[in-house]
Design a protein around this ligand. Structure first.
Ligand code: ADP
Ligand code: MG
Length: 695
């Protein structure tokens, strides 16, 4: 075995470990449970727990935890030792099936969006046997879902699993009509993760980075990303060392960390894993973000995952590459090699097109956050308007299907569904448009609007559920059809007609697109505050209800949590900005101004003949900007003073967006302009040049 063979998944209780360590029949039953998504027999759970504990103890582990994803956006864990006391004052190390399968963390401090006042305060965690247990920092971690006693989901994983179930159910119905024998369909995801690395000692000098994850101040450095010399550039030794260790840590956890490179902005990088089933991909992405932060610390670096840590250079996002695969190993978004495959592909393709068109708002909501508002629509990430990029070739094929005309190029003529093989789409043809939020890239779709710190669960819940809804309607119609071929053809043509407005292959950054999208009736929800209320639209509540993803109560709770999170984030940013100006920037500027004034006076005193015009010009500029800054600070203070905040969550969010954020921007303008004229030795914290060009 090569060192990598030995290292890879060495901290994962995966299939091969189970096969080695479990009795044959236990292994078979567990495998069946996992493959078929069934409930686990308690007897089996005891045997599995024992084997898991023995395996962990062999690796020096003393504690276990149920590892879950509450609605804070990060993961949660509470460690318990395997210790059980014995009569003789000693102990044994035990871990039972019930401890494996179910846990009861105190749920009362996790966000529940009102679910707690109406339901039981305590929640419970339940093992997700489809995601392997693993060892992290000497603790056995068991991936779990987290619910209230009433069964309401309090986490990101539960709805994701539900949406996978819904998608599978409907896709299998459709596949049956094509005579396929697949019994399950799994959504697959490969999330590309962007991040910044900066020096830890510099980070520690900035309150904004510590409290908000992004810089609230900072004048543009002489050089930003205009030379494009960082993108795919040589990776510097310190970053290389970080990446090497990160890869090793990820590999130990069985995460297929594959691609790494420098990104557009200075100090920005990306890691992409090989895709996998979506709930595993979501677990792995959470672990990846956690490990990026931890490994960075060991290298005296800080990993910034905020969406827009620096003004003036690109922010960080996450690309959610998505497809569906059958349990027989067939990618449903693969155009296929026979006429029959092509027809099936076209049906799944229009299912996605319909899903994105009907539920544009849900996709937008799934990527909405205070941080991501700085990216979407800022000509560095896709616009807030959701549209689909298909590439010219596929778009032309759909057009000729729609109009019943002959499509001459690429060897396809007289196109009718089920009669012709679609041409092969070379990847290169379809992947050039980086401005599209939702792009077809040969055999998968790439949703590019996610912010870098977001959990990928929510957007996948939306995609899976919306596509499940298309497939449900199609299956209903096709199951009743007398003539499958002609009904299929008519359905596809009708769907193209009904939903082609969502297809846009042009430049998503252009002003013309905003106007065109408006004419097409596409929604343009510019900010989080505009987007979130649509979560409660009747059509969306119905969608979730139909597919058993969220009850109405659960949607309401998520809506409230999202608003609350937004409000807290902006409030913390405003308080931090005020503290930095009042306690750091203003004092530094005043000190410097005083010293310049003293210098000017002493020059004059030395000899009135000397020219002090430069000092006087500087003093004029400094005092003018300082007084503007001071006034802007007064306005921000008034804006954030609590009594001005409306009580209900939505009005408060609207107020913060329309009043507090602009007041913060004003403060920043004067502070940044002062930074450019104050002696650098006086400036109280590291500048953009220090942060972006020193690692
Ligand atoms: P890009 O040009 O966007 O960087 P990559 O080739 O790096 O494209 O792929 C991006 C991601 O897409 C990778 O994580 C890859 O594993 C993933 N991917 C490839 N095929 C699929 C699929 N069928 N389903 C989901 N993700 C996929
Ligand atoms: Mg990509």
């Amino acid at each position: 075995m090569s060192p990598l063979d030995e290292l890879f998944a060495s901290n994962v209780f995966n299939d091969s470990v189970m096969q080695q360590r479990l009795p044959k029949d236990t292994y078979r039953t567990l495998k069946k449970t996992i493959d078929e998504g069934r409930h686990l027999d308690p007897q089996i759970a005891n045997v599995v727990a024992h084997a898991m504990k023995e395996w962990a103890i062999d690796k020096g582990v003393t504690h276990y935890t149920h590892w879950f994803q509450p609605l804070t956006g990060i993961t949660a864990e509470k460690h318990d030792a395997f210790i059980t006391p014995t009569d003789n004052g000693r102990m044994i190390q035990s871990f039972s099936g019930s401890e494996l399968v179910r846990g009861e963390p105190d749920a009362s401090s996790f966000p529940s969006g009102g679910l707690r006042s109406t339901f039981e305060a305590r929640g419970y965690t339940a093992w997700d046997p489809t995601s392997y247990a693993f060892i992290k920092e000497g603790v056995l971690c068991i991936p779990t879902a987290f619910c209230s006693y009433g069964g309401e989901a309090l986490d990101q994983k539960t709805p994701l699993l539900r949406s996978m179930e819904a998608l599978s159910h409907q896709a299998v119905r459709v596949l049956k009509l094509f005579g396929r024998d697949a019994t399950r369909v799994l959504p697959t995801v490969g999330p590309e993760q962007e991040y910044f690395l900066i020096d830890r000692s510099l980070y520690e000098k900035r309150q904004d980075l510590i409290f908000t994850g992004r810089t609230l101040f900072g004048a543009k450095p002489p050089k930003g990303q205009e030379l494009d010399d960082h993108y795919f550039g040589t990776i510097r030794p310190r970053v290389q060392a970080f990446m090497r260790e990160l890869n090793e840590e990820l590999w130990k956890l069985g995460i297929y960390a594959k691609t790494e490179h420098n990104e557009c902005a200075p100090a920005q990088h990306e890691m992409a894993p090989v895709f996998t089933v979506s709930n595993i991909a979501a677990d792995h992405n959470q672990l990846t973000m956690e490990l990026m932060k931890r490994v960075a610390e060991r290298h005296h670096l800080v990993c910034l995952l905020a969406e827009k840590p620096f003004a003036g250079v690109n922010g960080s996002g996450k690309h959610n590459n998505w497809s569906m695969v059958t349990n027989t190993g067939y990618n449903l978004l693969n155009p296929g090699n026979s006429p029959y495959d092509s027809a099936q592909f076209l049906l799944f393709l229009v299912a996605v097109i319909r899903a994105v068109d009907e539920y544009q708002d849900l996709l937008r909501i799934s990527v909405a956050s205070a941080g991501n508002d700085h990216r979407l629509g800022a000509n560095e990430a896709p616009p807030a308007i959701v549209s689909i990029f298909l590439g010219d070739e596929l778009t032309e094929i759909l057009e000729s299907l729609e109009t019943g005309t002959v499509y001459k190029d690429h060897g396809v003529q007289e196109l009718a569904v089920g009669v012709h093989v679609l041409p092969h789409f070379p990847r290169d043809n379809t992947d050039r448009n980086r401005t599209s939020p939702f792009a077809f890239t040969g055999n998968k779709f790439e949703f590019r609007s996610l912010g870098s710190s977001a959990s990928i669960s929510e957007c996948n819940v939306m995609i899976n559920t919306a596509v499940a809804e298309s497939l449900r309607l199609y299956a209903d119609e096709l199951e009743k059809a007398d003539d499958f071929q002609s009904t299929l053809h008519d359905l596809i043509v009708r769907e193209i007609k009904a939903h082609k407005r969502i297809i846009f292959n042009g430049n998503g950054y252009s002003a013309a697109w905003i106007e065109e999208a408006r004419k097409r009736g596409l929604s343009n929800l510019a900010t989080t505050v505009d987007a979130l209320p649509h979560l409660l639209d009747e059509k969306n509540l119905k969608l979730f209800e139909t597919h058993h993803i969220y009850s109405r109560t659960e949607v309401h709770s998520r809506y409230e949590i999202a608003l609350e999170t937004y409000n807290k984030a902006i409030h913390i940013e405003a308080e931090t900005a005020l503290a930095m100006v009042r306690r750091e920037i203003l004092p530094a500027v005043i000190r410097y101004t005083g010293d310049v004034a003293k210098t000017a006076a002493s020059i004059k005193q030395y000899s009135p003949a000397f020219n002090t015009i430069p000092e006087e010009k500087l003093l004029t500029a400094l005092t003018e900007e300082t007084s503007m800054l001071s006034e802007a600070v007064d306005r921000l203070m008034i804006a954030v003073s609590d009594d001005k905040h409306p009580a209900d969550l939505l009005s408060r969010a609207q107020y913060l967006r329309s009043t507090v954020l602009p007041a913060m921007d004003q403060v920043r303008v004067y502070a940044d302009s002062l930074e450019a004229m104050v002696d650098r030795t006086y400036w109280p914290f590291p500048t953009y040049a220090d942060l972006l060009f020193t690692v």
